[in-house]
Design a protein around this ligand. Structure first.
Ligand code: GDP
Length: 444
């Protein structure tokens, strides 16, 4: 349908017609109720407050059961979110209840970043829902919605004022979740102090611009009770699963040597008010506010971040197709740029490696040439030595030959002239030296 046809259709005057008899569409609310009951409901509560402030006890007291809990230590390095889901049934209504505990909140020495895991957890649940919505094949009908519907913020009953951790955390959370502040362990603070404490807390929240959840007053059926209850915020609660006999009735209470604090006694604490507002009157509003206010804000910011808009700068409706095409082109351009950068980087790296390799080759070649020179020099020296040795050997051999020749000649001569030898011997003895010896003995 063209935009102009659509406008004409919407602007058409509506005419009232009376029906001739019962048609049956007055059963639509019943159909709706029946469908919702069959489908069941989910409700997710986030409990934020120091360890030991009474979060688990209050949850057990609120739902009149014992949820699995393990006592948290005071030595957690960081805040960690621990979700636990339970299937509850009352009459024929099924409730999938998730209780998320901010374990370790307020236990670290440096509390600057304590709110961050809580904010991240809430955003992650929104993101999961958004991803499911953006799927082509969505299954929101049986999707387990884990978005946080309410944050019960447990305030320590100091009687003084809010801690800066409380203010910072609530400020960071107020645009993401419905916050209901509650003063925990209200039995530890006197009535007059509690009154002043409540006023102080509210004024601090206002002066710091912290938006807490206001019970809705636009529905006539609950407007009165809700506006009265808004004036009682923050609720001062007491939790206990212990049953104490008061009169002839067993009631949930905390027993002290000086008396009994009854959890469900409105003159003792605001537990009943909290249960009434949270579960019996405004549970659906909390779910609705989560979807229409907090999730909507998250979704809008996220889609705008992704480049989607409802109108273009000239206030003309923005086409999803056009946005998609623009984004696609932007993305492809970016991708091409990245590819080109990577290619260039690769070429540069190859060039660098190539020149490094060439340099290494040159160095190796030089080394080789150097070694070759040393080797040749060595070889030359060895050759020279060998020649010298050969010459020495030749000379030696020659000398040896000469000696041998001389020896053989002398031998030969000795064997041929034995007489001559004797004569020679005589001659020898007649040599002057011999003579001199002889002359000493024989005087001619
Ligand atoms: P969590 O760590 O915040 O979950 O705290 P718990 O629920 O485990 O409670 C810690 C201690 O506080 C337990 O000994 C509880 O009995 C006690 N406690 C819980 N609620 C109250 C309360 O309303 N008043 C008082 N005086 N003590 C409470």
């Amino acid at each position: 349908m063209a935009a102009t046809d659509l406008e004409r259709f919407c602007n058409e005057e509506k005419r009232n017609l009376s029906l001739g008899g019962h048609v049956g569409f007055d059963s639509l609310p019943d159909q709706l109720v029946s469908k919702s009951v069959t489908q069941g409901f989910s409700f997710n509560i986030l409990c934020v407050g120091e360890t030991g402030i009474g979060k688990s006890t209050l949850m057990n007291t609120l739902f009149n059961t014992t949820f699995e809990t393990e006592e948290a230590s005071h030595y957690e390095n960081a805040v960690r979110l621990r979700p636990r889901t339970y299937d509850l049934q009352e009459s024929n209504v099924h409730l999938k209840l998730t209780i998320v505990d901010a374990v370790g909140f307020g236990d670290q020495i440096n509390k600057d970043e304590s709110y961050r895991p809580v904010v991240d957890y809430i955003d992650t649940q929104f993101e999961n829902y958004l991803q499911e919505e953006l799927k082509i094949r969505r299954s929101l009908f049986n999707y387990h919605d884990t978005r946080i519907h309410v944050c019960l913020y447990f305030i320590t009953p100091t009687g003084h004022s809010l801690k800066s951790l409380d203010l910072v955390t609530m400020k960071k959370l107020d645009s993401k979740v419905n916050i209901i502040p509650i003063i925990a362990k209200a039995d530890t603070i006197s009535k007059s102090e509690l009154h002043k404490f409540k006023i102080k807390i509210m004024s601090e929240l206002v002066s710091n611009g912290v938006q807490i959840y206001q019970f809705p007053t636009d529905d006539e059926a609950v407007a009165e009770i809700n506006s009265v209850m808004n004036a009682h915020l923050p609720f001062a609660v007491v939790g206990s699963t212990e049953e104490v006999k008061v009169g002839n009735k067993l009631v949930r209470a905390r027993q002290y040597p000086w008396g009994v604090v009854q959890v469900e006694n409105e003159s003792h604490c605001d537990f009943v008010k909290l249960r009434e507002m949270l579960i019996r009157v405004n549970m659906e509003d909390l779910r609705e506010q989560t979807h229409t206010r907090h999730y909507e804000l998250y979704r809008r910011c996220k889609l705008e971040e992704m480049g989607f808009k409802d109108t273009d700068p000239d206030s003309q409706p923005f086409s999803l197709q056009e946005t998609y095409e623009t984004k696609r082109k932007e993305f492809l351009g970016e991708l091409q740029k990245k590819e080109e950068e990577m290619r260039q980087m690769f070429v540069n790296k190859v060039k660098e490696t190539e020149s490094e390799l060439k340099e290494k080759e040159r160095e190796l070649h030089e080394k080789f040439e150097h070694l070759k020179r040393i080797h040749q020099e060595e070889k030359r020296k060895v050759e020279e030595k060998r020649r010298e040795l050969e010459e020495e050997m030749n000379a030696f051999n020659k000398r040896k030959l000469a000696v041998e020749t001389l020896q053989s000649q002398s031998l030969q001569a000795t064997s041929q002239q034995p007489l001559k030898k004797d004569k020679d011997k005589k001659n020898f003895f007649s040599l002057p030296s011999a003579c001199s010896i002889t002359s000493g003995r024989h005087v001619n």
